[in-house]
Ligand binder design. Structure first.
Ligand code: CDP
Ligand code: MG
Length: 140
């Protein structure tokens, strides 16, 4: 266990239903601190770059269309074991499989419109944070 930073995204299904504050309350209540944050709308090409690891998957084009369809809130969460803790608070990718009390169980609409993104490893967290933020924009 150590202090980590992870990239969190509040996805279009959640921003358009005005759930940003409700979702971020979950992170803060669990002891994660929002140390950088901005609201923006991705161009489809930017979504494609961000999700490049999934480019061969059947869901890739639909995912990138969806992620660029409305604003997102991108943010950096900091705290003890932040990468795994964030994923635990988020719940499973498919909300039908997500544990009770997780963000995806409570807010997601389906496996694509599942309200939040979270980095899955230290390596990806560093890459994903750098995709959206400069060091100057991250303040502990
Ligand atoms: O977001 P997470 O790391 O839990 O899942 P992923 O396997 O990295 O997939 C990235 C995103 O693609 C998911 O969060 C969903 O929005 C979407 N997806 C989908 O639309 N259909 C699938 N069968 C799997 C993922
Ligand atoms: Mg993932």
């Amino acid at each position: 266990m150590s202090i980590q930073r992870t990239l969190s995204i509040i996805k279009p299904d959640a921003t358009t239903r005005n759930l940003t504050g409700s979702i971020n309350a979950r992170f803060e209540q669990a002891g994660l601190k929002i140390v950088a944050q901005k609201r923006l709308q991705l161009a489809k090409a930017q979504a494609e770059k961000f999700y490049e690891v999934h480019k061969d998957k059947a869901f890739y084009n639909s995912l990138c269309e969806y992620m660029s369809s409305a604003p997102v809130v991108v943010q950096v969460l900091s705290g003890e074991d932040a990468i795994a803790k964030n994923r635990q608070i988020m719940g499973a990718t498919n909300p039908a499989n997500a544990e009770i009390g997780t963000i995806r169980r409570d807010f997601a609409q389906d496996i694509e419109r599942n309200s939040v993104h979270g980095s899955d490893s230290e390596e990806n967290a560093a890459l994903e944070i750098a995709f959206f933020f400069s060091q100057l924009e991250i303040v502990e």
